[in-house]
Design a protein around this ligand. Structure first.
Ligand code: FAD
Length: 402
């Protein structure tokens, strides 16, 4: 018989590590969370949008700064597509510091332990156990567990140490938090075009007293420009510079958005979650919703095999298999994103926006559109709107077979 210090060690006290630890602790599994920083939720790189389903699973409405029910989306030339209905909240803009702290507190209330200012420096996996050396404020400590879960973000130490590969795509994002932006209550603004967010979009998200303004893209699209250049381009653009002219910056963040679930998220006695596993959505960069959904999907199987201490690679296949549907759906969403946005020139985007701006298409978007699941809307548009059929060629492979 083996004695373990903990059943599971979760590396990383972000929202995904906290959510996972809570769910496992509720199943009477002993959990230790390791967090390299002295406090939870700092530094963060996030626009702070949490979708209704994810919010429902943690019930942290008290961390909401602004409910978001609509969007104003602009083509490169300024064609406006305005969507949303006031009575239907599409997403929540939260204070990420409060949100992350509250998610981790839920885990602690459920019995998980946490070590702050602590990070693993070495890890040995044997047939029977995981042995980790942890740097803590009181010096080095050695602990044993049945399983280690890497929820340690985009640059995951667990993923690199275990050589579990890299996510299919990594986007880079930059965001500033400002006062003085001229926006509209309850609506986020999205700006497109090769000058400001090649292949993707820039955003302005109301967050209580402030607004989060950001861009994201990929190195293959931005060449030798930096995200800061793109952000400056957005704010100087003659069409909307009036919205930014009184902006005062109160914070700035730069970070990666790893999207494209790893081919393998598990190895004997190791499992990856959240950004560490590449689970961000290719369409929005959102990682919290899909990270929670992944945990909900595998929780029962994972807890069962932890209790049985059957955690070799062959036992973890059950978890890997469950992810296949998520992988497929991410690939389809990426195909739609590429067809409608990333692989379109500014002129093509102009054409697309002119069609989106038609009242009947706006009704379709309001009715079928979901931030978290763009596939039904995208496929309906390709099928029902004759002008979009030519895009189907680009999207068809991933939409139909992805
Ligand atoms: C500009 C930008 C905007 C974004 N906007 C949104 C958005 O609006 N909505 C959304 O859902 N997602 C958004 N995302 C993505 C979102 O921030 C991530 O998907 C989410 O934070 C992932 O959570 P996580 O717990 O997996 O990782 P993280 O939040 O990165 O947490 C990882 C934790 O692990 C700790 N850690 C790391 N390494 C170690 C180690 N070796 N030892 C101990 N601890 C360690 C870190 O300190 C951190 O606390 C955005 C990302 C960017 C870059």
């Amino acid at each position: 018989m083996n004695d373990y210090d903990y059943d599971v060690v979760v590396v990383g006290a972000g929202p995904i590590g906290g959510y996972l630890a809570n769910k496992l602790a509720n199943k009477k599994i002993s959990v230790l969370i390791l967090e390299e920083h002295a406090e939870i939720g700092r530094p963060f790189q996030c626009a702070g949008l949490v979708n209704p389903k994810a919010m429902e699973s943690v019930k942290l409405e008290d961390t909401v700064l602004t409910p978001i029910w609509g969007a104003r989306i602009y083509s490169p030339e300024g064609t406006l597509v305005e969507i949303g209905q006031k009575e239907k909240i599409r997403t929540w803009s939260v204070c990420r510091k409060l949100f992350d702290e509250a998610v981790v507190n839920q885990a602690i209330k459920s019995g998980a332990k946490i070590w702050l200012s602590s990070k693993p420096t070495d890890m040995k996996i044997t047939k029977e156990k995981v042995e980790m050396i942890i740097n803590t404020p009181e010096g080095k400590k050695k602990i044993t567990s049945k399983l280690v879960c890497g929820a340690d973000g985009a640059h995951s130490w667990v993923r690199r140490t275990m050589r579990l590969g890299r996510p299919k795509e990594t986007m880079i994002g930059m965001q500033i938090e400002v006062t003085g932006y001229v926006g509209t209550e309850g609506k986020l603004d999205m700006y497109t075009g090769s000058e400001i967010s090649p292949g993707f979009f820039a955003w302005a998200i109301p967050s209580g007293e402030t607004t989060r303004i950001g861009v994201w893209s990929q190195t293959k699209y931005i060449g030798d420009k930096s995200c800061e250049d793109l952000l400056n381009e957005l704010m100087r653009n003659g069409k909307w510079s009036y919205r930014f002219k009184d902006c005062k910056e109160v914070g700035r963040f730069v970070g990666s958005v790893p999207s494209g679930i790893l081919k393998k998220t598990t190895k004997s006695r190791v499992a990856l979650f959240g950004d560490a596993a590449g689970i961000c959505k290719p369409t929005t960069g959102g990682g919290i919703g899909p990270g929670f959904a992944h945990i909900d999907l595998i929780l029962d199987d994972l807890s069962r095999i932890i209790k049985l201490n059957k955690l070799e690679q062959k036992d973890l296949i059950v978890i890997e298999k469950k992810l296949d549907r998520m992988r497929k759906s991410q690939n389809r969403a990426r195909g739609l994103r590429d067809a409608f946005l990333s692989q379109s020139s500014d002129d093509e985007l102009e054409e697309i926006f002119k069609i989106w701006a038609k009242p009947e298409v706006i009704s379709m978007i309001n009715e079928v559109g979901e931030i978290e699941n763009p596939i039904p809307l995208g496929t309906k548009m390709l099928k029902d709107i004759p002008e979009f059929r030519k895009l189907a060629g680009k999207a068809i492979k991933s939409v139909l077979w992805g």
